[in-house]
Design a protein around this ligand. Structure first.
Ligand code: FA5
Length: 354
Protein backbone atom coordinates (compact mmCIF):
# COMPACT_ATOMS: atom_id res chain seq x y z
CA UNK A 1 0.00 0.00 0.00
CA UNK A 2 2.80 2.38 0.96
CA UNK A 3 4.55 1.67 -2.32
CA UNK A 4 1.35 2.27 -4.25
CA UNK A 5 0.93 5.68 -2.62
CA UNK A 6 4.52 6.59 -3.39
CA UNK A 7 4.08 5.58 -7.05
CA UNK A 8 0.88 7.60 -7.40
CA UNK A 9 2.57 10.64 -5.89
CA UNK A 10 5.57 10.38 -8.24
CA UNK A 11 3.32 9.83 -11.24
CA UNK A 12 1.19 12.87 -10.36
CA UNK A 13 4.22 15.14 -9.88
CA UNK A 14 5.69 14.03 -13.19
CA UNK A 15 2.43 14.84 -15.00
CA UNK A 16 2.00 18.16 -13.23
CA UNK A 17 5.45 19.43 -14.19
CA UNK A 18 4.71 18.57 -17.84
CA UNK A 19 1.31 20.34 -17.89
CA UNK A 20 1.16 23.37 -20.15
CA UNK A 21 -2.27 24.81 -19.41
CA UNK A 22 -4.67 25.43 -16.54
CA UNK A 23 -7.15 23.06 -18.17
CA UNK A 24 -4.60 20.26 -18.17
CA UNK A 25 -3.77 20.93 -14.50
CA UNK A 26 -7.43 20.71 -13.58
CA UNK A 27 -7.76 17.35 -15.37
CA UNK A 28 -4.75 16.04 -13.43
CA UNK A 29 -6.18 17.28 -10.14
CA UNK A 30 -9.45 15.48 -10.79
CA UNK A 31 -7.75 12.25 -11.87
CA UNK A 32 -5.77 12.05 -8.60
CA UNK A 33 -7.63 14.00 -5.96
CA UNK A 34 -11.18 13.97 -7.33
CA UNK A 35 -13.84 11.82 -5.64
CA UNK A 36 -12.98 8.76 -7.70
CA UNK A 37 -9.39 9.84 -8.34
CA UNK A 38 -6.47 7.45 -7.91
CA UNK A 39 -5.34 8.75 -4.52
CA UNK A 40 -8.86 9.18 -3.18
CA UNK A 41 -9.61 5.53 -4.00
CA UNK A 42 -6.56 4.37 -2.07
CA UNK A 43 -7.45 6.53 0.93
CA UNK A 44 -10.87 4.81 1.06
CA UNK A 45 -9.09 1.45 1.40
CA UNK A 46 -7.07 2.54 4.47
CA UNK A 47 -9.88 1.63 6.84
CA UNK A 48 -9.51 -2.02 5.80
CA UNK A 49 -5.85 -2.18 6.92
CA UNK A 50 -4.64 -3.57 10.22
CA UNK A 51 -4.69 -1.03 13.03
CA UNK A 52 -0.90 -0.80 13.39
CA UNK A 53 -0.46 -0.19 9.61
CA UNK A 54 -3.33 2.29 9.33
CA UNK A 55 -1.63 5.24 11.05
CA UNK A 56 1.57 4.96 9.02
CA UNK A 57 -0.27 4.71 5.67
CA UNK A 58 -2.62 7.53 6.67
CA UNK A 59 0.31 9.89 7.27
CA UNK A 60 1.83 8.92 3.92
CA UNK A 61 -1.43 9.39 2.01
CA UNK A 62 -1.98 12.77 3.60
CA UNK A 63 1.54 13.83 2.70
CA UNK A 64 1.01 12.64 -0.91
CA UNK A 65 -2.22 14.66 -1.13
CA UNK A 66 -0.58 17.83 0.20
CA UNK A 67 2.45 17.43 -2.07
CA UNK A 68 0.24 17.02 -5.13
CA UNK A 69 -1.86 20.08 -4.17
CA UNK A 70 1.26 22.16 -3.59
CA UNK A 71 2.77 21.06 -6.89
CA UNK A 72 -0.44 21.97 -8.71
CA UNK A 73 -0.20 25.51 -7.30
CA UNK A 74 3.48 25.84 -8.16
CA UNK A 75 2.83 24.77 -11.74
CA UNK A 76 -0.19 27.08 -12.01
CA UNK A 77 1.96 30.06 -10.96
CA UNK A 78 4.68 29.03 -13.37
CA UNK A 79 2.18 28.97 -16.23
CA UNK A 80 0.89 32.42 -15.25
CA UNK A 81 4.44 33.74 -15.24
CA UNK A 82 5.05 32.28 -18.68
CA UNK A 83 1.97 34.02 -20.05
CA UNK A 84 3.19 37.24 -18.47
CA UNK A 85 6.62 36.79 -19.97
CA UNK A 86 5.05 36.48 -23.40
CA UNK A 87 3.08 39.67 -23.07
CA UNK A 88 4.04 42.00 -25.89
CA UNK A 89 3.04 45.58 -25.06
CA UNK A 90 3.60 46.73 -28.64
CA UNK A 91 0.78 44.54 -29.97
CA UNK A 92 -2.17 46.89 -30.66
CA UNK A 93 -5.12 46.29 -28.32
CA UNK A 94 -8.34 44.73 -29.58
CA UNK A 95 -10.51 47.54 -30.91
CA UNK A 96 -14.15 47.59 -29.88
CA UNK A 97 -16.27 47.98 -32.98
CA UNK A 98 -17.58 51.51 -33.37
CA UNK A 99 -21.09 52.02 -34.69
CA UNK A 100 -22.65 55.03 -36.36
CA UNK A 101 -26.09 56.52 -36.83
CA UNK A 102 -28.39 54.52 -39.09
CA UNK A 103 -28.61 55.96 -42.58
CA UNK A 104 -32.28 56.88 -42.07
CA UNK A 105 -31.36 58.91 -38.97
CA UNK A 106 -28.60 60.60 -40.96
CA UNK A 107 -31.09 61.38 -43.75
CA UNK A 108 -33.64 62.78 -41.27
CA UNK A 109 -31.02 65.09 -39.76
CA UNK A 110 -29.92 66.30 -43.19
CA UNK A 111 -33.50 66.88 -44.39
CA UNK A 112 -34.46 68.73 -41.20
CA UNK A 113 -31.33 70.88 -41.52
CA UNK A 114 -32.21 71.94 -45.08
CA UNK A 115 -35.71 73.07 -44.03
CA UNK A 116 -34.61 74.67 -40.77
CA UNK A 117 -32.37 76.99 -42.80
CA UNK A 118 -35.46 78.56 -44.35
CA UNK A 119 -37.42 78.87 -41.12
CA UNK A 120 -39.31 75.58 -40.85
CA UNK A 121 -39.76 74.32 -37.29
CA UNK A 122 -39.27 70.62 -36.71
CA UNK A 123 -42.13 68.87 -34.90
CA UNK A 124 -43.13 65.28 -34.34
CA UNK A 125 -46.66 63.97 -33.96
CA UNK A 126 -47.98 60.58 -32.74
CA UNK A 127 -47.39 57.38 -34.65
CA UNK A 128 -50.42 55.82 -32.98
CA UNK A 129 -53.19 58.14 -34.05
CA UNK A 130 -56.95 58.65 -34.12
CA UNK A 131 -58.85 58.21 -37.37
CA UNK A 132 -59.97 61.88 -37.13
CA UNK A 133 -56.43 63.27 -37.54
CA UNK A 134 -55.26 60.68 -40.08
CA UNK A 135 -58.33 60.62 -42.34
CA UNK A 136 -61.60 62.29 -41.37
CA UNK A 137 -60.34 65.81 -40.72
CA UNK A 138 -58.24 65.55 -43.88
CA UNK A 139 -61.43 65.40 -45.91
CA UNK A 140 -61.02 61.70 -46.72
CA UNK A 141 -64.40 60.02 -47.23
CA UNK A 142 -65.23 56.77 -45.39
CA UNK A 143 -64.99 54.78 -48.64
CA UNK A 144 -61.44 55.99 -49.41
CA UNK A 145 -59.14 52.99 -50.17
CA UNK A 146 -56.54 54.21 -47.62
CA UNK A 147 -59.15 53.74 -44.88
CA UNK A 148 -59.41 50.05 -45.70
CA UNK A 149 -57.83 47.46 -43.42
CA UNK A 150 -55.94 46.21 -46.48
CA UNK A 151 -53.91 49.46 -46.53
CA UNK A 152 -53.81 50.71 -42.95
CA UNK A 153 -53.05 48.98 -39.63
CA UNK A 154 -56.03 49.55 -37.33
CA UNK A 155 -55.69 48.88 -33.60
CA UNK A 156 -58.26 46.54 -32.16
CA UNK A 157 -59.43 48.89 -29.39
CA UNK A 158 -62.60 50.73 -28.44
CA UNK A 159 -63.03 53.73 -30.79
CA UNK A 160 -63.00 57.25 -29.35
CA UNK A 161 -66.54 58.78 -29.41
CA UNK A 162 -65.29 61.87 -31.27
CA UNK A 163 -62.01 60.85 -32.94
CA UNK A 164 -62.93 57.30 -34.01
CA UNK A 165 -60.64 54.30 -34.35
CA UNK A 166 -57.00 54.06 -33.28
CA UNK A 167 -54.52 53.24 -36.03
CA UNK A 168 -50.83 53.33 -36.91
CA UNK A 169 -50.59 56.54 -38.86
CA UNK A 170 -50.15 55.83 -42.59
CA UNK A 171 -48.81 59.35 -43.32
CA UNK A 172 -47.41 62.41 -41.57
CA UNK A 173 -50.34 64.46 -42.92
CA UNK A 174 -52.06 63.50 -39.64
CA UNK A 175 -49.80 66.16 -38.08
CA UNK A 176 -51.42 68.94 -40.16
CA UNK A 177 -54.55 69.34 -38.00
CA UNK A 178 -52.53 68.85 -34.80
CA UNK A 179 -50.14 71.63 -35.86
CA UNK A 180 -53.01 74.00 -36.72
CA UNK A 181 -54.49 73.32 -33.29
CA UNK A 182 -51.12 73.79 -31.58
CA UNK A 183 -50.49 77.16 -33.24
CA UNK A 184 -54.04 78.33 -32.48
CA UNK A 185 -53.43 77.45 -28.84
CA UNK A 186 -50.31 79.63 -28.60
CA UNK A 187 -50.41 83.26 -27.43
CA UNK A 188 -49.88 84.61 -30.93
CA UNK A 189 -52.69 82.42 -32.29
CA UNK A 190 -53.01 81.79 -36.03
CA UNK A 191 -51.38 85.11 -36.77
CA UNK A 192 -48.09 83.39 -36.04
CA UNK A 193 -47.64 81.55 -39.31
CA UNK A 194 -47.47 77.77 -39.52
CA UNK A 195 -44.19 76.57 -40.95
CA UNK A 196 -43.76 72.99 -39.77
CA UNK A 197 -41.61 70.11 -40.85
CA UNK A 198 -43.03 66.96 -39.27
CA UNK A 199 -40.77 63.92 -39.58
CA UNK A 200 -42.12 60.66 -38.23
CA UNK A 201 -42.68 56.95 -38.77
CA UNK A 202 -45.57 55.77 -40.94
CA UNK A 203 -47.05 52.32 -41.40
CA UNK A 204 -48.77 50.64 -44.35
CA UNK A 205 -49.46 47.09 -45.44
CA UNK A 206 -46.95 47.17 -48.29
CA UNK A 207 -43.64 45.52 -49.18
CA UNK A 208 -41.80 45.54 -52.52
CA UNK A 209 -38.76 47.22 -54.14
CA UNK A 210 -40.07 50.71 -53.35
CA UNK A 211 -42.31 50.03 -50.31
CA UNK A 212 -41.71 48.85 -46.74
CA UNK A 213 -44.37 48.39 -44.03
CA UNK A 214 -42.65 50.90 -41.71
CA UNK A 215 -41.10 53.98 -43.26
CA UNK A 216 -40.63 57.69 -42.55
CA UNK A 217 -42.14 60.75 -44.13
CA UNK A 218 -41.33 64.44 -43.83
CA UNK A 219 -44.33 66.68 -44.04
CA UNK A 220 -44.11 70.37 -44.72
CA UNK A 221 -47.01 72.66 -43.92
CA UNK A 222 -47.02 76.42 -44.42
CA UNK A 223 -50.06 78.57 -43.63
CA UNK A 224 -50.15 82.33 -43.88
CA UNK A 225 -51.96 85.12 -45.71
CA UNK A 226 -51.28 85.08 -49.44
CA UNK A 227 -49.55 81.68 -49.67
CA UNK A 228 -49.64 80.57 -53.31
CA UNK A 229 -48.55 77.65 -55.44
CA UNK A 230 -45.36 79.49 -56.41
CA UNK A 231 -44.25 79.30 -52.75
CA UNK A 232 -44.79 75.54 -52.82
CA UNK A 233 -42.81 75.11 -56.03
CA UNK A 234 -40.02 77.39 -54.82
CA UNK A 235 -39.72 75.44 -51.55
CA UNK A 236 -39.61 72.05 -53.27
CA UNK A 237 -37.04 73.27 -55.82
CA UNK A 238 -34.93 74.70 -52.99
CA UNK A 239 -34.99 71.36 -51.18
CA UNK A 240 -34.20 69.31 -54.31
CA UNK A 241 -31.27 71.55 -55.24
CA UNK A 242 -29.82 71.35 -51.75
CA UNK A 243 -30.36 67.65 -51.17
CA UNK A 244 -29.69 66.16 -54.61
CA UNK A 245 -27.39 68.78 -56.10
CA UNK A 246 -27.98 70.98 -59.15
CA UNK A 247 -27.70 68.22 -61.77
CA UNK A 248 -30.93 66.36 -60.99
CA UNK A 249 -34.38 66.94 -62.45
CA UNK A 250 -37.67 66.86 -60.53
CA UNK A 251 -41.17 67.19 -61.92
CA UNK A 252 -44.63 67.95 -60.54
CA UNK A 253 -47.27 65.59 -61.91
CA UNK A 254 -50.96 66.49 -61.47
CA UNK A 255 -52.60 64.09 -59.03
CA UNK A 256 -55.48 63.89 -56.60
CA UNK A 257 -55.34 64.04 -52.81
CA UNK A 258 -58.45 64.69 -50.76
CA UNK A 259 -56.68 67.18 -48.52
CA UNK A 260 -55.04 69.41 -51.15
CA UNK A 261 -56.41 71.21 -54.19
CA UNK A 262 -54.74 71.36 -56.64
CA UNK A 263 -52.58 68.30 -55.88
CA UNK A 264 -49.38 66.92 -57.35
CA UNK A 265 -47.00 64.08 -57.06
CA UNK A 266 -43.31 64.91 -57.16
CA UNK A 267 -40.91 62.68 -59.10
CA UNK A 268 -37.15 62.69 -59.55
CA UNK A 269 -35.00 61.19 -62.29
CA UNK A 270 -34.11 57.71 -61.06
CA UNK A 271 -30.55 57.35 -59.74
CA UNK A 272 -30.43 53.62 -60.50
CA UNK A 273 -31.06 53.88 -64.29
CA UNK A 274 -30.04 57.58 -64.51
CA UNK A 275 -33.47 58.42 -65.89
CA UNK A 276 -33.22 56.03 -68.85
CA UNK A 277 -35.46 53.25 -67.43
CA UNK A 278 -32.82 50.81 -68.74
CA UNK A 279 -29.87 49.25 -66.94
CA UNK A 280 -26.42 48.78 -68.57
CA UNK A 281 -27.23 45.09 -69.19
CA UNK A 282 -30.25 46.12 -71.30
CA UNK A 283 -32.79 45.02 -68.68
CA UNK A 284 -35.54 47.41 -67.59
CA UNK A 285 -34.93 49.36 -64.35
CA UNK A 286 -36.00 47.17 -61.44
CA UNK A 287 -36.86 50.17 -59.27
CA UNK A 288 -38.63 52.87 -61.27
CA UNK A 289 -39.63 51.24 -64.58
CA UNK A 290 -39.99 54.62 -66.34
CA UNK A 291 -36.93 56.71 -65.53
CA UNK A 292 -38.69 58.68 -62.76
CA UNK A 293 -39.24 57.73 -59.13
CA UNK A 294 -42.09 59.20 -57.06
CA UNK A 295 -40.83 60.90 -53.92
CA UNK A 296 -44.02 62.31 -52.45
CA UNK A 297 -47.20 64.29 -52.75
CA UNK A 298 -47.87 68.01 -52.49
CA UNK A 299 -50.54 70.63 -53.01
CA UNK A 300 -52.45 73.63 -51.70
CA UNK A 301 -54.21 72.85 -48.42
CA UNK A 302 -57.92 72.19 -49.03
CA UNK A 303 -60.16 74.88 -47.45
CA UNK A 304 -62.12 72.16 -45.61
CA UNK A 305 -58.91 70.97 -43.93
CA UNK A 306 -58.11 74.53 -42.79
CA UNK A 307 -61.63 74.77 -41.39
CA UNK A 308 -61.29 71.41 -39.61
CA UNK A 309 -58.09 72.71 -38.04
CA UNK A 310 -59.92 75.84 -36.85
CA UNK A 311 -58.20 78.20 -39.31
CA UNK A 312 -60.10 81.00 -41.06
CA UNK A 313 -59.99 79.76 -44.66
CA UNK A 314 -61.13 83.11 -46.04
CA UNK A 315 -58.08 84.83 -44.61
CA UNK A 316 -55.41 82.13 -44.79
CA UNK A 317 -54.14 79.77 -47.43
CA UNK A 318 -51.43 77.15 -47.21
CA UNK A 319 -49.39 74.52 -48.98
CA UNK A 320 -48.34 71.06 -47.83
CA UNK A 321 -46.10 68.27 -49.02
CA UNK A 322 -45.30 64.80 -47.71
CA UNK A 323 -42.30 62.84 -49.00
CA UNK A 324 -40.82 59.49 -48.11
CA UNK A 325 -37.49 59.80 -46.24
CA UNK A 326 -36.16 56.42 -47.43
CA UNK A 327 -37.01 57.06 -51.09
CA UNK A 328 -35.53 60.54 -50.93
CA UNK A 329 -32.33 59.12 -49.43
CA UNK A 330 -32.17 56.31 -52.03
CA UNK A 331 -32.22 58.89 -54.79
CA UNK A 332 -29.11 60.70 -53.61
CA UNK A 333 -26.78 60.89 -56.60
CA UNK A 334 -24.47 57.92 -56.94
CA UNK A 335 -25.94 55.67 -54.23
CA UNK A 336 -27.79 53.47 -56.74
CA UNK A 337 -29.85 51.64 -54.08
CA UNK A 338 -32.24 49.59 -56.16
CA UNK A 339 -34.38 48.06 -53.39
CA UNK A 340 -35.77 50.05 -50.43
CA UNK A 341 -35.91 46.87 -48.30
CA UNK A 342 -32.09 46.84 -48.15
CA UNK A 343 -32.29 49.84 -45.81
CA UNK A 344 -34.00 47.73 -43.15
CA UNK A 345 -32.25 44.42 -43.89
CA UNK A 346 -29.74 44.90 -41.01
CA UNK A 347 -27.03 43.68 -43.38
CA UNK A 348 -23.84 45.21 -41.98
CA UNK A 349 -22.06 44.95 -45.34
CA UNK A 350 -24.65 47.42 -46.62
CA UNK A 351 -25.07 49.59 -43.52
CA UNK A 352 -21.33 50.08 -42.97
CA UNK A 353 -21.08 51.94 -46.28
CA UNK A 354 -22.95 54.97 -44.94
C1 FA5 B 1 -49.17 60.73 -48.91
O1 FA5 B 1 -48.85 60.01 -47.97
C2 FA5 B 1 -49.68 62.11 -48.69
N1 FA5 B 1 -50.01 62.27 -47.32
C3 FA5 B 1 -48.61 63.10 -49.14
C4 FA5 B 1 -49.10 64.52 -49.18
C5 FA5 B 1 -48.83 65.35 -48.12
C6 FA5 B 1 -49.81 64.99 -50.27
C7 FA5 B 1 -49.27 66.68 -48.14
C8 FA5 B 1 -50.27 66.31 -50.32
C9 FA5 B 1 -49.96 67.14 -49.24
P1 FA5 B 1 -48.38 59.01 -50.72
O2 FA5 B 1 -49.25 57.91 -50.28
O3 FA5 B 1 -48.17 59.15 -52.19
O4 FA5 B 1 -48.91 60.41 -50.16
O5 FA5 B 1 -46.98 58.86 -50.01
C10 FA5 B 1 -46.01 59.87 -50.11
C11 FA5 B 1 -44.63 59.28 -50.22
O6 FA5 B 1 -44.35 58.45 -49.08
C12 FA5 B 1 -44.43 58.32 -51.39
O7 FA5 B 1 -44.20 59.04 -52.58
C13 FA5 B 1 -43.21 57.56 -50.94
O8 FA5 B 1 -42.04 58.33 -51.11
C14 FA5 B 1 -43.48 57.42 -49.46
N2 FA5 B 1 -44.13 56.12 -49.20
C15 FA5 B 1 -45.44 55.82 -49.25
N3 FA5 B 1 -45.66 54.55 -48.92
C16 FA5 B 1 -44.45 54.02 -48.66
C17 FA5 B 1 -43.99 52.72 -48.26
N4 FA5 B 1 -44.83 51.73 -48.01
N5 FA5 B 1 -42.67 52.54 -48.11
C18 FA5 B 1 -41.79 53.55 -48.30
N6 FA5 B 1 -42.16 54.80 -48.67
C19 FA5 B 1 -43.47 55.02 -48.86
Amino acid sequence: MQEKIQNIKNQAIAQITQASSSGELEDIRISYLGRSGKLAKLIKEIKRLKKEERKQVGILANDAKQTIEKQLKVQQNKLREMVREWFDPTVPGAKTPKGHLHLVTQAIEEIAGVFEKIGFVRVRYPEVEWDWFAFEALNMPKWHPARDTLETFFIDAKPHPKYGQILLTPHTSSGQIREMERVKGTKAGVDSVVRMINIAKCYRRQSDVSHVPMFHQFEGLVIDEGIAITHLKGTLDYFARNFFGPGRKTRLRPYHFQFTEPSFEVDITCDVCKGTARLPDGQGCKLCKEGWLELGGAGMVHPTVLKNGGIDNKKYTGFAFGWGVERTFMMKSGLEIDDIRLIYSSDLRFLKQF
